[in-house]
Ligand binder design. Structure first.
Ligand SMILES: [Mn+2]
Length: 397
């Protein structure tokens, strides 16, 4: 432990239990975790920050629970590393809150409720504010409980309104002799002029409400979760670490590796703070014609039967392949094909992998994917927990 400075490992969005078109990502997540642990030891950090979305869903599978439990045990019990964690929009706040008081005895801090955010974790050098994901309704409930007038409570409409109030209260807790670090889980974007401003505290980017960086300028450093790429970081001291692994084909198309940040409270943040996490099984995206895909000169140069493949067949004429089992033939050559699409001339995406792997999906995932394919939108936090709860009732859990 450094007396006058603090070195923290910043990671986020582990989404333990996530699948990719029905294929489990647990092995990949475990492989990434081993590297996180190694970096933590090599860098001799004073603690691990996990900025939300520990699990992929509010009611994680038993496999996911066992896996995350083992990871936290290795960090906190075997290696005596303090953990500073919050819940994200994918986590079930109340469930994740279980055991909180006992864990704190071992320097394992996990905040999942807004009420818990106003008491920082105090270290000799810094105050760590752990502010979990919350919505305007959570803030209305909290401020009503705190005795705020009914009219003022009603005026908490957007997440920007709520965040302004919450931060004002947090700023009251600042010890001027210390560094102030915030860990939170929201979409935050720079207060740029090219963004359509809807209020002083929020902007709309592609229809999505995001918070402005200016709200957070009293903090020395802000460690974020929620957006899965570090390239979305709004400033040099307000950063997203990104997720430790690639979760989908869109992310696989980005050539740079995933990773985490090592943050020293006494140093100016810079690019060297980033530490890479390498994939165990990579996700390779191919967009080729059927002839090329079957050409040994082409596929012998690919990591066949090692990595996973997402394949789009270019200019595919189905009438010429009515008796071909396209998927089987590609799997014979490439191994695991997690996504298969056809880039037809007339018809686009007539056959996507998700429907074929329906047997591998959980009930909750079937609803997720159905909703996404119909509306093009992800289920909201409320909708997800509603779906989860319905299945829990159906299973009689
Ligand atoms: Mn996330």
């Amino acid at each position: 432990m450094g007396g006058t400075h603090m070195k923290l490992l910043h990671t986020a969005d582990w989404h333990i239990g996530r699948t990719l078109n029905g294929y489990s990502l647990l092995d990949e997540q475990k492989y990434a975790f081993k590297q996180i642990l190694k970096i933590a030891k090599d860098e001799n950090v004073d603690g691990i920050v996990v900025a939300g979305d520990l699990y992929d869903r509010a009611i994680p599978s038993t496999d996911a629970i066992t896996t995350l439990n083992e990871m936290f045990k290795e960090l906190n019990i075997d290696n005596k590393l303090p953990i500073y964690a919050i819940s994200g929009n994918h986590d079930g706040a109340k469930r994740l809150n279980y055991g909180r008081d006992w864990m704190e005895f071992n320097n394992f801090y996990i905040n999942t409720l807004l009420d818990e955010s106003f008491t920082p974790v105090e270290t000799p050098d810094a105050q760590l504010f752990l502010l979990p994901f919350f919505d305007p309704m959570d803030a209305r409930v909290y401020y009503q409980k705190m005795g705020m007038s009914e009219e003022d409570v009603k005026n908490i409409k957007t997440i920007g309104d709520a965040m302004s109030l919450v931060l004002k209260d947090i700023y009251q807790k600042f010890d001027p002799a210390k560094k102030h670090i915030l860990v939170t889980h929201f979409a935050i974007s720079p207060s740029a002029t090219d963004i359509e401003l809807t209020s002083e505290t929020t902007s709309k980017v592609g229809g999505l409400e995001t918070l402005n960086t200016s709200l957070f300028d009293k903090f020395d450093y802000v460690m974020l979760g929620h957006i899965h790429t570090r390239f979305a970081s709004p400033s040099e001291n307000i950063r997203y670490s990104g997720s430790p692994i690639k979760f989908n084909v869109k992310e696989a198309k980005v050539k740079s590796n995933k990773g985490l940040y090592i943050v020293d409270t006494n140093k100016k943040p810079n690019n060297d703070d980033f530490k890479e996490i390498l994939p165990g099984t990579d996700l390779i995206v191919l967009n080729e014609t059927w002839e090329t895909l079957l050409d040994p000169d082409f596929y012998s140069k690919q990591p066949v039967n090692k990595d996973w493949f997402a394949i789009t067949i270019k200019q595919f004429d189905r009438t010429k392949h009515v008796s071909t089992n396209v998927r089987a033939q590609l799997q014979e050559i490439y191994g695991t094909v997690v996504e298969l699409d056809y880039d037809n001339i007339e018809k686009k995406n007539t056959d996507s992998d998700s429907s074929k792997n329906i047997n591998k999906l959980s009930n909750e995932e079937v609803v997720d994917q159905f909703f996404e394919s119909i509306t093009g939108d992800e289920l909201s936090k409320e909708q997800k927990s509603l779906v989860d709860n319905i299945f829990v009732e159906l299973r009689g859990e």
